[in-house]
Design a protein. Sequence first.
Length: 233
Amino acid sequence: MGSKKKLAHFAENLNFPHLFQPEYDDLKDGYYMQGKWGKDFFNNDNPITLEVGCGKGEYTVGLAEKYPERNFIGMDIKGARLWRGCKDSFNKGLKNVAFVRNYVQMVPNIFALDEIDELWITFPDPQPKKIKINKRLTSPPFLYRYSKILKKNGIINFKTDNEPLFDYTLEVIEEGNHKLINSVKDLYSLDNFDEVKSIKTHYEKLFSDQGFAINFMQFTLNPEAFFDFNTKK
Ligand SMILES: C[S@@+](CC[C@H](N)C(=O)[O-])C[C@H]1O[C@@H](n2cnc3c(N)ncnc32)[C@H](O)[C@@H]1O
């Protein structure tokens, strides 16, 4: 994308009523929306699904269209990508969608304990280097952060083309004694899981078109895995 177009999108981002772009200082003592997303933004107490690393937000917007009785929040650090999701949901008149531009690391400062009912992690960067292992969105430090906002037994859905990341995540689940609900390699070779196949993200389309198998899993967190957990370790 040309830098002129990018700047125009950043300017438009400032005017979307459903895009929140907190600065670091806004989050230090907890964001003003923490614990209030349902009451103050969506004006209801419907369940909230959060998509982390949502990119252009296809999943968030697609789910919001399908499930008007639920609320959806997409989160990413890249404003130019979020613009697409903001624009599409705005043009469709969807009232059950919001976007947050910030680092996923900050979720405990943006949402309150038990505020999120379900989580989606869609095609996260694989971060293959060992030194960046804790940057993987399915690593124990991230699961710990999700445990701070997800309701008990809230489902985490994870889709990726990257088999090493998928296998790594299975190990993390086993080591943490988390509960694996479904684990599927090559999703599109199966007859079931129609629901999960019904929306494709930007990266999912790219990887599918290149012939990569798409993998999917669902799990819930074991709260006991996080006693004494310290993300700074
Ligand atoms: C490979 S893209 C996938 C985007 C989208 N989910 C899709 O499937 O098309 C990964 C996205 O995660 C975002 N991301 C990666 N790490 C992040 C972090 N720690 N905080 C916020 N966003 C992050 C990137 O900005 C990027 O948009």
